[in-house]
Design a protein around this ligand. Structure first.
Ligand SMILES: N[C@@H](CCC(=O)N[C@@H](CS)C(=O)NCC(=O)O)C(=O)O
Ligand code: FES
Length: 102
């Protein structure tokens, strides 16, 4: 399976997927840590987390997948939502909570 196929399967098979550096318990970057904290603040406990530091092909592949150059990246219902800045904006406006509870 190509990296693009693999990513497509992951984001369509799990409602909420966070591509991040490190793990939710041990994030390896402040941006990824922020993304985890925002999901937790939305009451999302069991999301699918993918640690891009474990797989260089996924680390590059996820940038190509939604044409977004950085990590973290949040996907909900198979759709790209954004990175940590966008997550924070959507959280502060209440939009993210709506997307996650839909
Ligand atoms: N402003 C970005 C911050 C994320 C960011 O700048 N990520 C960088 C540093 S962790 C990145 O992914 N660089 C490419 C790489 O490390 O592969 C956001 O909103 O998510
Ligand atoms: S790993 Fe350095 S800013 Fe994310």
């Amino acid at each position: 399976m190509s990296a693009q196929e693999h990513i497509h399967q992951t984001v369509t098979n799990h409602k909420v997927v966070l591509y991040m550096k490190g793990t939710p318990t041990f994030p390896q970057c402040g941006f990824s840590s922020n993304a985890v904290q925002i999901l937790k603040a939305c009451g999302v406990a069991d999301f699918k987390a993918v640690n891009v530091l474990e797989d260089p092909e996924i680390r590059q592949g996820i940038k190509d997948y939604a044409n977004w150059p950085t990590i973290p990246q949040l996907y909900v219902g198979g759709e790209f939502v954004g990175g940590s800045d966008i997550m924070r904006e959507l959280y502060e406006s209440g939009e993210l909570q709506k997307m996650l509870s839909a």
